[in-house]
Design a protein around this ligand. Structure first.
Ligand code: ZN
Ligand code: ZN
Length: 145
């Protein structure tokens, strides 16, 4: 992760009037470094030794602030806990059915699908979501004998 991205994110927070506490800084830094789309719990576990007074609720509150400003996206998949994605550019996800890992991949936005959906239903489309599922290479290696 580039220091520049962290600095840009901090500038965005500052210009939105958000105070940068050490915990907030740490959560942001962790998110920008994580390519794994962590849950609030993952972030909490990674940072709890550094911030013994921090609670999962604090992590959640920070994530909510980041989401409202547009620094992160919250991903919800069924009933499992939300995951957070600091890659806010258009991309799709492939999800491992064994370990739950989420990996980004890029593909041109499927504008035709949105246009078709509008035509067929009369809705005004705001966005779409697509997920691809499978088994990641690590899980495949584990099960291969
Ligand atoms: Zn896996
Ligand atoms: Zn992503």
């Amino acid at each position: 992760m580039s220091e520049q991205r962290l600095q840009e994110a901090i500038d965005t927070l500052k210009s939105s009037g958000v105070r940068i506490t050490p915990q907030r800084h740490a959560v942001l830094e962790y998110l920008l470094n994580a390519m794994t789309h962590p849950t609030a719990d993952d972030i909490y576990k990674a940072l709890e030794s550094k911030f013994p007074n921090m609670s999962v609720a604090t992590v959640y509150n920070n994530l909510r602030v980041f989401r409202e400003i547009g620094l992160v996206r919250e991903l919800t998949y069924g009933d499992s806990s939300s995951r957070f994605d600091c890659n806010t550019s258009d991309h799709y996800h492939i999800i491992c059915e064994s370990c739950g890992k989420i990996v980004d991949f890029h593909y041109p936005k499927l504008n035709e699908v949105e246009a078709l959906a509008e035509q067929v239903t009369g809705f005004t489309v705001s966005h779409h979501r697509m997920e691809v599922y499978g088994t990641c290479s690590e899980c495949k290696a584990k099960t291969a004998h």
